[in-house]
Design a protein around this ligand. Sequence first.
Ligand code: PMP
Length: 309
Amino acid sequence: ISDRDGWFWLNGEFIPWREARGHLLTHTLHYGMGCFEGVRAYDGPQGTHLFRAEAHTRRLLDSAHSLDMPMEYTADALIEAQREALRRNALGDAYIKPTVFFGAEGMGLRAQGLSVNVMVPAWHLAHYISAEAADEGLRVLTSSWSRHHVNISLCRAKTNGHYVNSMLALNTAVKAGFDETLMLDPEGYVAEGSAENVFLVRDGVLHTPEVTSCLQGITRDTIIVLARERLGLTVHERRITRDELYTADEAFFTGTAAEILPIRELDGRRIGRGERPVTRELQRLYHRLVRAELEDDLKAYREWLLPVA
Ligand code: PMP
């Protein structure tokens, strides 16, 4: 991914993509202290739009603040950087990964005077797992690794170091032939996927874990709003056990990159009967919304879309 043409936003200016290099003693590489966002842009009949850029940028600023990494950029400046990164690289369907990291001014946990740097790379992205995954659903394995705990890490911050835990869990599942992993919190309740929140449907009611161990996902929020306001469904945010997922009528993951991916099977148990009316309707609404195909039913959410042009 490093060897390509294009432009790369670093600390307020664009540099050629191939020249986006840092020193090997970049502090964040050594200790994982940093934070990032994953934002998507979509091409649609009305041009390219960033989806929920404000919410993502706010979460990035909140993450940096919680980690005590003071940032000199305002939300507006960071959003403009994302738009410009898309324009300069002529991107339509794209993934943008604004990232805050410490520089290489010092080593060790007690390093002082570290610079706080920001990069905004953007590249083309179509599907997170595959084109079929959204239709066919995923085979998922519950992980033996627990997700984070509020007194071990900052669960609301999207911290680079958190993803060691995600990758341990995901890699085990993938090596065993599964598509994705489900992680439980340290008490054994359902938390989230390696990079997705999780929902279940039972008797027409949606349930999703409350935000303690899991990330406060922006797609999770979008789905809760669409389910309540467009489909008139009840949504409960509460503690969920894994047997509730085994016996759900439908279950799915949500995430910016993943979008809405059905869970077909968990730990060898088929979920539901293979018909997924609620998941399908939410997928349909979500895909129209992110591409700014806003007929009357979706006009109310226009503020979630930011034109790139
Ligand atoms: N949980 C984790 C661990 C994630 O990495 C992500 C992706 N950012 C999510 C949940 C979903 O969050 P969002 O919908 O904001 O992308």
